[in-house]
Ligand binder design. Structure first.
Ligand code: IDP
Ligand code: MG
Length: 237
């Protein structure tokens, strides 16, 4: 619902931008802002009031204030779009080998520096039964029992990361399952050697991400907040 509203806000922002580009002195800004205000009215009160304010100032002060006010309104709209976008979430875990090798900070910093947002984190020693639930899709594989023994052998750093495309791109940051095949530059490529000790887990799809986040975290452990960097990480030109 909110994403639809902001998608239409986004379209209007683009219309505003292209209209303003076609008129170097923003001479048509007033008409464009008025049109946008009309199309938002009743849907996005905050956005409509920004446009209306810009419009009424233009009416009294002419194109000079239009040149100042319209771009400000445009950038405010873009900010709102970035904050309101529905963001994907993925479950990432540093397995006992990554924790014991002191790689927590290294791994977290790769997700952080990319621009993703940490929304949940905790250090836990899962039981073998819990590990079996987590890896239930691998129960027919010969390494299943050993894998679950290993995951439950010590502290695991469980996390939820949020951001556009974070499920798929998180897997790219992690690298191929077998570190012998992971590209240099990936977490497993740079920091692990064998498949049995590949230091990190990441959800492999939307459904898996939902299931794994639900398995490892209570809804109250997921923290919703606005990160100040978001307006610099996201934006449309
Ligand atoms: P993924 O972790 O890249 O998603 P999966 O195929 O889901 O890879 O396997 C889960 C985990 O099981 C791997 O991360 C690895 O720790 C372990 N694993 C996968 N294949 C093998 C194997 O052939 N031998 C031993 N362990 C394996
Ligand atoms: Mg997997």
């Amino acid at each position: 619902m909110s994403s639809q509203i902001y998608r239409s806000a986004s379209k209007a922002v683009k219309a505003l931008l292209s209209a303003s580009k076609s008129s170097p002195l923003f001479g048509e800004g007033r008409a464009v802002a008025a049109a946008a205000a009309t199309s938002f009215r009743g849907k996005v009160p905050a956005v409509a009031s920004i446009c209306e304010r810009a419009d009424s100032r233009n009416a009294f002060r002419g194109w000079v204030s239009g040149a100042l006010v319209l771009p400000a309104a445009v950038y405010m709209l873009q900010d709102q779009e970035a904050h309101a976008a529905e963001m994907e979430r993925t479950f990432i875990a540093i397995k006992p080998d990554g924790v014991q090798r002191g790689l927590i900070a290294e791994i977290i910093s790769r997700f952080e520096r990319k621009g993703y947002k940490l929304v949940a984190i905790k250090l836990v020693v899962p039981s073998k039964e819990f590990a079996e639930k987590h890896y239930h899709d691998l129960k027919e594989r010969p390494f299943f029992s050993g894998l679950c023994d290993f995951l439950s052998s010590g502290p695991v750093l469980a996390m939820v990361w949020e951001g556009e495309g974070v499920i798929k791109y998180g897997r790219k940051l992690i690298g191929a399952t077998d570190p012998q095949k992971s590209e240099p530059g990936t977490i497993r490529g740079d920091l692990a050697v064998v498949v049995g000790r590949n230091i990190i887990h990441g959800s492999d799809g939307l459904e898996t991400a939902k299931d794994e986040i639900g398995l490892w975290f209570e809804p109250s452990e997921l923290v919703n907040y606005t990160c100040n960097a978001e307006k610099w990480v996201y934006g449309v030109n």
